[in-house]
Design a protein around this ligand. Structure first.
Ligand code: NAG
Ligand code: NAG
Ligand code: NAG
Ligand code: CU
Length: 153
């Protein structure tokens, strides 16, 4: 028992050291992470994405967000991804000046990937039903990626 558990402990320490060594060796640019928005819930009506951002963050420059949602049919409601121009439009779910990021069919399969290239606030919303998915459906969140240099802070 003693030997077994200490052997296990040694092998755990060894693999931890190996992982640490690999992390040091990896160049900065390849350290970006990939996040499925909403995890198992994916991109859907009624999920609290603001809460998801708090739990998953911080996000860093060059991290990838993956939006996954089924294309609409007789039983599945349409979703989409828009980016709001500013905080005021985001708060009020006003889509007038919003930019289409991914249409209703683009979340299918492996999902739609968005790379967080810029260190600015990204105001993501679902644009369906004239903003109702954004207001009532809570399909909205803000991500402000940090500089990759801060990843180890
Ligand atoms: C982000 O990725 C681009 C393209 O791969 C690269 O040129 C840039 O240096 C990266 N930026 C950071 C902060 O990692
Ligand atoms: C969603 O989560 C945020 C952050 O945890 C919280 O402040 C907010 O009240 C939640 N919204 C709802 C409708 O529960
Ligand atoms: C609608 O799409 C969903 C998810 O892709 C699928 O499971 C379902 O069978 C489809 N229903 C119809 C009526 O095509
Ligand atoms: Cu939606």
């Amino acid at each position: 028992m003693e030997t077994r558990s200490s052997a296990a402990a040694i092998s755990m320490v060894a693999s931890a050291a190996l992982v640490a060594a690999l992390l040091v060796l990896l160049p900065q640019a390849t350290r970006a992470e990939r996040f499925v928005v909403g995890d198992a819930a994916r991109w859907t009506w009624g999920y609290n994405y603001t809460d998801w951002v708090i739990k998953k963050g911080p996000f860093f420059q060059n991290d990838t967000l993956v939006f996954m949602y089924d294309p609409p049919n007789a039983t599945v409601h349409a979703h989409s991804v828009y980016m709001m121009r500013n905080a005021a439009d985001y708060q009020s779910c006003n889509l007038k000046a919003a930019k289409l990021v991914a249409g209703v069919t683009q979340g299918a399969g492996a999902g739609f990937e968005f790379v967080l290239r810029k260190r600015k606030p990204h105001y993501f919303v679902c644009g369906e039903r004239g903003g109702i998915h954004c207001t009532m459906g809570q399909m909205k969140f803000i991500v402000k990626p940090k500089s990759s240099a801060c990843r180890d802070d």
